[in-house]
Design a protein around this ligand. Structure first.
Ligand code: FNR
Ligand code: LAC
Length: 351
């Protein structure tokens, strides 16, 4: 039986994150589908993200006297119900008329954090208005003009975002043949509202002039400057190398997101899960370490926590849920993942 309300619909048979993929594929037009499901190069890294989880093992523990299998977590002074955040995903107006408002409402409803992309369809002020008491963070793409970067950060601070996540792994968007083959272009009416005059297509570095893009790429010095100016805690997203992780913390970041951008930027990069334990070991217990890429099951969440993550983020499945089920779909997907995590804790103990 399907469950429906003004906030969306859960189709019959949708009981796990993976169940949203087929209905989303049916619903979305080929260009948007390619953008969402796409990956860099031949998709090797995107597959590795999943394969790393599939290769993990969880040894069950028996006769545990744990009564409470919930896994709430504290991040920068806010307690949330689950160690699962909504990853920043650009251009959500492609997927649902409510765009980021829909996914932000869902995150708030299940008591977790929504991370808003710089490239959101809606202006960040409109996203903040949908928070309804829930925590929100701002994912920053540093702009070639640091004055613009500072304006974005000032706006994020003004509307009450509680942390900055600076994405450092995508100075160019990589080799995105999946989108190129179907000729995907962002419709002009969905140009990101935060960046007035933004016109650049995001999927074809070569066509847009690699040299021009690289001229504006962020540097360590620029990221350090941003960290020095903001009062918000900062995470660097897209770290896979232990020396980079160490340097991030040395310039004042509160921590890192171990991520390969869902395999969307540099193909042949390692699975994010495989880089997690070395990075946690290098940074010690004080840094905040998040992980994303290929998290689809509560068992995956458990494995990531076990290997040192404070929390994980999920990208594509939540957007599939948004496209098909609206805000209700996103909330259902997040709750499902949290419940699976609790079941795993009940069967294997605290990670
Ligand atoms: C992303 N991701 C992303 N990351 C970021 O820092 N800023 C952004 O604007 C976007 N945009 C974006 C769009 C789409 C369509 C996808 C699928 C992903 C990457 C995202 O935050 C995250 O790192 C990955 O999606 C995690 O991998 P999974 O969960 O999709 O496997
Ligand atoms: C992407 C960019 C927008 O992955 O981060 O599509």
């Amino acid at each position: 039986m399907s469950e429906a309300s003004e906030f969306g619909e859960i189709p019959p048979g949708v009981v796990s994150l993976g169940d949203w993929e087929a209905p989303a594929r049916d619903r979305l037009d080929p260009g948007v589908r390619a953008y969402l499901a796409g990956h860099a190069g031949d998709g090797v890294t995107a597959r590795r993200n999943r394969d790393a989880f599939l290769a993990a093992e969880i040894v069950p523990r028996v006769l545990l006297d744990e009564r409470d299998a919930e896994t709430p977590v504290d991040l920068f002074g806010r307690r949330i119900a689950m160690p699962i955040l909504v990853a920043p995903v650009a251009h959500q107006g492609l997927f649902h008329r409510e765009a980021e408002r829909g996914s932000a409402m869902a995150a708030s409803a299940v008591d977790t954090i929504f991370v808003a992309s710089t490239l959101s369809t809606l202006p960040l002020e409109a996203i903040a208005a949908a928070a309804d008491g829930g925590g929100q963070w701002f994912q920053l793409y540093p702009q070639a003009d640091s004055g613009l970067t500072d304006e974005l950060v000032a706006r994020a601070e003004a509307v009450g975002f509680e942390a900055l996540m600076i994405t450092v792994d995508a100075p160019v968007f990589g080799v995105r043949n999946v989108e190129q083959r179907v000729g995907f272009r962002l419709p002009v009416e969905l140009a990101p509202a935060n960046l007035v005059g933004w016109a650049r297509m995001t999927t074809s570095a070569a066509a847009d002039g690699l040299a021009a893009l690289l001229a504006g790429r962020p540097t360590w010095a620029e990221v350090e400057r941003i960290i020095g100016r903001t009062r918000l805690p900062v995470l660097l997203k897209g770290i896979l190398d232990t020396a980079d992780a160490e340097r991030a913390v040395a310039i004042g970041a509160a921590g890192v997101v171990v991520s390969n951008h869902g395999g969307r930027v540099l193909d042949l990069a390692p699975a994010s899960l495989d880089r997690l334990a070395p990075i946690r070991e290098r940074l010690g217990d004080d840094a905040v370490v998040l992980l994303d890429g290929g998290v689809r099951r509560g068992a995956d969440v458990w494995v990531a926590l076990r290997r040192g993550a404070d929390a994980v983020m999920v990208g594509r499945p939540l957007i599939e849920a948004l496209a098909v089920g609206g805000p209700l779909g996103v909330a259902h997907a997040l709750r499902t993942l949290a419940e699976e995590t609790a079941i795993t804790v009940a069967l294997a103990g605290r990670p």
